[in-house]
Design a protein around this ligand. Structure first.
Ligand SMILES: [Fe+2]
Ligand SMILES: [Fe+2]
Length: 172
């Protein structure tokens, strides 16, 4: 049994991002607690929520000079692809694949929040980006040119952590 408990240590100081992350933890834990009858619907709910979660972060990056191909956005897509692959297995009755993937997310999420999301939130705060309006209070703090890395910090651009490796480790 994998556990993921929300704590203030996971908070990054961007209200909308933190609220979404609280919801992610709750939905992931609901999958953890699901009976076989509940499992696929709860996994779909988590996928739908994660799509919105990632779409929002990707939009904030596009709004603030990240290239569409930046590594954080690419990482989001890889994780969602793996989750959807898990759903396909689940629909064929391979519930263990979904459960194992969900367990992997308990490890993946704090790593992602601590690295890519933390770097993004630091950058958004530094440039004064408002997630509600899309306005940037300090555009002069933005780097020149498009950002291809993960953090928006050209000195310490973070190395991407690998997406959940559940698909490759589920024995299919
Ligand atoms: Fe996030
Ligand atoms: Fe993210």
């Amino acid at each position: 049994m994998s556990t993921l408990v929300w704590s203030d240590d996971l908070a990054l100081g961007i209200e909308q991002m933190d609220q979404t992350h609280v919801e992610f933890v709750e939905l992931r834990n609901a999958v953890e607690a699901a009976t076989d009858e509940q499992l696929l619907q709860r996994w779909k709910d988590l996928i739908d929520h994660t799509q919105i979660h990632f779409d929002n972060e990707d939009k904030w990056m596009r709004d603030t000079n990240f290239a569409a191909s930046n590594c954080h956005t690419t990482h989001h897509k890889a994780v969602l692809d793996v989750m959807r692959e898990g759903l396909n297995y689940g629909l064929k009755g391979h519930f263990v694949v979904v459960r194992k993937m969900n367990a992997e997310l308990a490890t993946w999420f704090p790593q992602h929040a601590d690295t890519m999301d933390a770097a993004l939130s630091d950058y958004l705060k530094r440039i004064g980006y408002d997630t509600a309006t899309g306005q940037i209070a300090h555009p002069e703090a933005m780097p020149g040119g498009q950002i291809h890395g993960c953090s928006g910090n050209t000195d310490t651009d973070l190395v991407a952590t690998e997406p959940a490796e559940a698909a490759s480790s589920c024995g299919h």
